[in-house]
Design a protein around this ligand. Structure first.
Ligand code: NDP
Ligand code: 8X3
Length: 253
């Protein structure tokens, strides 16, 4: 195995599980995140693998371009980019929400994903091989109360992924949008700004997807024969489905 995967947001959840699985399968890894200590711990844990860690905030365009333009020689040929770094902040209705939270989600989930993609894509096209795996969400496909800007950022990821496919037609570069539903990670702790009890209630009585489930799916998509491009893959836990349309009924008083 002589392949290299770059995973953004490797310090927790899906990204950390993906790192472990790709490492187990013998891939070379470029792992990014803001929390250096977690990256260092993961690198130590995966000591049998070749791992390059990058502390960077995907919202910082200069950090992203500098990090990817100064990769060590042996990490310059990247086969798969997993654009996983992302977050939701809050679940308040749009008219009560904090505009700052909206900006952070846009800057991370949209602009950060664009910066990483734009930094690595030219080389993939030049090499005529590569795979961009974006982590979208069911929230990009289906509306729900409080999903406002988070869902909209994931709709961007969905359409951006499909548009990339159009631009890349004629090359062997693949693009996939993975669209998970309820999955237990640090996602809800971040969404509720450190309120672990509130985060726990999201998963109470459910059997949610796990980060390892997502890692299996991402690895499967990444290792399909090159002629196959999974455009999008929506996946929910069995305990999740859609509700009926909500209808507000006036009362007489
Ligand atoms: P976690 O909170 O467990 O992990 C998120 C990762 O993103 C962390 O490694 C974090 O690293 C990184 N990250 C966040 N902001 C930044 C930033 N500005 N710069 C760099 N890295 C950043 O969540 P999940 O693993 O659940 O989420 C991974 C992806 O999956 C996200 O895009 C999320 O939207 C999506 N998703 C999650 C679902 C769920 O139910 N869990 C369902 C559908 C989609 P650090 O803080 O160290 O920077
Ligand atoms: C995460 C899934 O339903 O919380 O993207 O938006 S959801």
């Amino acid at each position: 195995m002589n392949k290299t995967v770059c995973i953004t947001g490797a310090t927790a959840g899906f990204g950390a599980a993906c790192s472990r699985l790709f490492a187990e399968k013998g891939w070379r890894l470029i792992l990014t995140g803001r929390r250096t200590e977690r990256l260092e711990n993961l690198q130590e844990e995966l000591h049998n693998s070749t791992v390059h860690i990058i502390t960077m905030d995907v919202r910082n365009r200069t950090q992203v371009s500098d990090a990817f333009s100064s990769l060590p020689e042996s990490f310059r040929e990247i086969d798969v980019l997993v654009n996983n770094a992302g977050l939701a902040l809050g679940m308040k209705p749009a008219h009560e929400t904090d505009l700052e939270d909206w900006e952070i989600m846009v800057d991370t989930n949209i602009k950060g994903l664009m910066y990483c993609t734009r930094a690595l894509l030219p080389k993939m096209v030049k090499n005529d091989q590569g795979h961009i795996i974006n982590i979208g969400s069911v929230a990009g496909n289906w509306p729900y109360p409080g999903g406002n800007t988070y869902g909209a950022t994931k709709s961007f990821v969905k359409q951006f992924s499909a548009n990339l496919r159009c631009d890349l037609l004629g090359t062997k570069v693949r693009v996939t949008n993975i669209e998970p539903g309820l999955a237990e990670s640090e996602f809800s702790i971040v969404r509720f700004k450190g309120d672990e009890d509130k985060a726990k209630t999201v998963y109470e009585g459910t059997d949610p997807l796990t980060p390892e489930d997502l890692a299996d799916i991402i690895y499967w998509v990444a290792t399909l024969p090159g002629r196959i491009n999974v455009n999008s893959l929506e996946v929910m836990p069995t305990c999740q489905a859609w509700g009926p349309f909500a209808i507000h009924r006036r009362t007489n008083d």
